[in-house]
Design a protein around this ligand. Structure first.
Ligand code: FE2
Ligand code: FE2
Length: 213
């Protein structure tokens, strides 16, 4: 709704109706107090990040000719990958300075928290849980939470990881200038063997298509 309002395109009545119905159901089921709690814990930076990652994953999947089913898997993973951050205190998520060791450990729990939360919900395919749980794993084994390396990391996870890093670099913050896709791609190239080389080569035109605005 906000993006439609920003770009001047009409706001879809179906979208508004669907959102309204979801709120009616939630308030009816859980009560207004729980709803207000949920809204208060809403972390808008994570929300923006997830939409950037979803877009990057969808664009990447399209560019390398993935099936629509795989692109759907990727965009769903983009939306859900950081859902575990809902369980991390906002004071840590929004801390302006560097994190302490304990805070960093708490933050690094988000993939596991997210996967646990989604698993408890049921109905999510194993490859989806894999993407949520392992989106911070790196090919050289230096990632978390399991320190997986090489062939232990699936192609879909590798794509989500690249999209995640790109999305994070694309975020606009008040304290830093917006980055071009080109500059973000250079930073990612400097990560060397941590990211899949062939996928990075394929990602180049996707990233470079994002001009500085
Ligand atoms: Fe994450
Ligand atoms: Fe992320």
């Amino acid at each position: 709704m906000f993006s439609s309002a920003c770009s001047g395109t009409p706001i879809s009545p179906e979208v508004v109706t669907a959102a309204g119905e979801a709120i009616i159901d939630d308030v009816a089921e859980l009560g207004l107090a729980k709803w207000i709690d949920a809204v208060r814990t809403h972390h808008s930076q994570t929300y923006q990040h997830c939409l950037l990652v979803t877009g990057a994953a969808a664009g990447f999947g399209q560019h390398i000719g993935l099936s629509r089913a795989d692109r759907k898997r990727l965009s769903l993973a983009g939306m859900l990958h950081d859902i575990g951050k809902a369980r991390i205190p906002i004071a840590i998520l929004e801390k302006p300075g560097p994190l302490t060791d304990d805070e960093r450990t708490a933050m690094k729990a988000h993939p596991q928290l997210g996967a646990d939360l989604l698993q408890a919900n049921g109905s999510l395919a194993p490859e989806m849980l894999d993407m949520v749980l392992h989106h911070h794993e790196l090919l050289d084994g230096s990632g978390y939470p399991h320190g997986l390396s090489g062939s232990e990391i699936s192609d879909l996870v590798r794509i989500i990881t690249i999209s995640d890093i790109f999305g994070a670099l694309m975020e606009r913050r008040s304290y830093k200038p917006a980055m071009s896709g080109d500059a973000a791609y250079q930073i990612m190239l400097d990560m060397g063997v941590k990211l899949d080389r062939d996928l990075m080569r394929a990602f180049r035109p996707v990233a470079l298509g994002v001009k500085q605005t």
